[in-house]
Design a protein around this ligand. Structure first.
Ligand code: KG4
Ligand code: ZN
Length: 352
């Protein structure tokens, strides 16, 4: 079963050919980093225009790298939710046109669910039930998984996604966009002290499995730019505002390391709570751009060893957005009987 996957939900135009859900024959990703860099984030209108330019060449490249012709495709899978609506529409329109022209099934895939399939590319599925964690630029959610297709959401962020917190903290530190990889690198640089700053770990209610990262981000902001001046109280002298130390290279490195320690503690805390409340789980499946993070990857290794769970982490190239995860999951959904028609729509929110 040869599936062509198409992905255009945010700022990566991607196409991939995957056989039987696992075997990646090609995976092409055209990134738009430079186009958005000067704005410090993704500009939706620029993203959809760039997708329009790249989509056909990227699909052609995916087919030629896989060594197949259009006629060899058995089905087309497309990420149709969640994402930027204009961006999603480009990939979806291409997928519909090809499905109609070739007379092959169309399968709509949820991008967040696909991130949990990324670790299953080029390896077998692990034992279920599994605990799933998606940590990306747009999502931070924990799932209980009875199988690779049966997901129940146990918790999610109530404000920033973890990748968003990485990107915003990187912007505060003047490290450029996207910031995740830069903070990753700085946090493990020689001499980095991850206890130099005691940044907050949000626990929320005692049994909550939700996350919150906005307080952490604000603490970093205050550390770098200083706290806002307290309002003056009539008749009293103004409260002194402590001076902000210069943001030296060493201070930047230590803030990055301490921020990462707080992120790690927040994620591990909620995963342990989820195991207590809903376990035991036989496996831990992690996906999303932030699962490329060196420090977090070793924290997941530690947690799964302590808990006796099999760990499924995507290969680095399948952590960030790609179409192989879409084609892979699409193949599994097709085998389980899913078919969509040309009325399939682009949806900004996840269904998971
Ligand atoms: O999954 P993804 O490509 O897009 C979404 O679906 O949102 O994730 C992108 C996010 C960005 O926030 C980026 O900064 C983060 O993944 N990221 C990382 C690393 N590589 C990418 N965060 C931390 N450490 C990394 N090594
Ligand atoms: Zn993603």
């Amino acid at each position: 079963m040869i599936v062509l996957g198409i992905e255009s939900s945010c700022d990566e135009t991607a196409a991939s050919v995957v056989e039987d859900g696992h075997a990646v024959r090609s995976s092409i990703v055209a990134s738009q980093y430079e186009l958005h860099a000067e704005y410090g984030g993704v500009v939706p209108e620029i993203a959809s225009r760039a997708h329009e330019q790249h989509i056909i060449p990227v699909i052609d490249d995916a087919l030629s790298e896989a060594g197949i012709e259009r006629g060899d495709i058995d089905a087309i899978a497309v990420g149709h939710r969640p994402g930027l609506i204009g961006s999603l529409l480009v990939g979806l329109s291409a997928a519909k046109a090809m499905s109609w022209a070739l007379g092959v099934p169309l399968i709509g895939v949820d991008h967040v669910h696909a991130h949990l399939w990324a670790g299953m590319l080029e390896r077998a599925v692990p034992a279920f039930p599994a605990l799933g964690l998606v940590i990306s630029g747009g999502h931070t959610s924990i799932y209980s998984m009875r199988s690779e297709t049966e997901l129940k959401r146990l918790g999610a962020t109530i404000d920033d996604a973890v990748g968003e917190a990485y990107d915003k903290v990187a912007a505060i530190l003047g490290l450029g966009h996207p910031g995740g990889p830069r903070i990753d690198e700085l946090g493990r640089a020689e001499g980095a002290d991850d206890r130099a700053f005691d940044f907050p770990v949000s626990r929320l209610a005692k049994d909550s499995l939700d996350f919150s990262f906005s307080g952490l981000k604000t603490s970093v902001l205050y550390e770098v730019r200083g706290r806002p001046t307290p309002p003056a109280i009539k008749g009293k002298p103004p409260l002194p505002v402590p001076p902000v130390p210069e943001l030296t290279a060493d201070r930047t490195r230590d803030i990055a390391a301490s921020f990462q320690r707080a992120v790690e503690r927040a994620l591990i805390l909620k995963l342990e709570r989820a195991i207590e409340q809903h376990g035991p789980f036989r496996s831990l499946i992690v996906g999303g751009g932030v699962s490329a993070n060196t420090r977090l990857r070793s924290a997941f290794v530690g947690l799964s060893e302590r808990q006796g769970m099999e760990l499924v982490l995507p290969k680095m190239k399948y952590c960030i957005d790609n179409a192989a995860m879409i084609a892979g999951l699409g193949g599994v959904l097709l085998a389980s009987g899913q078919r969509d028609d040309l009325s399939l729509s682009a949806v900004p929110t996840t269904g998971c």
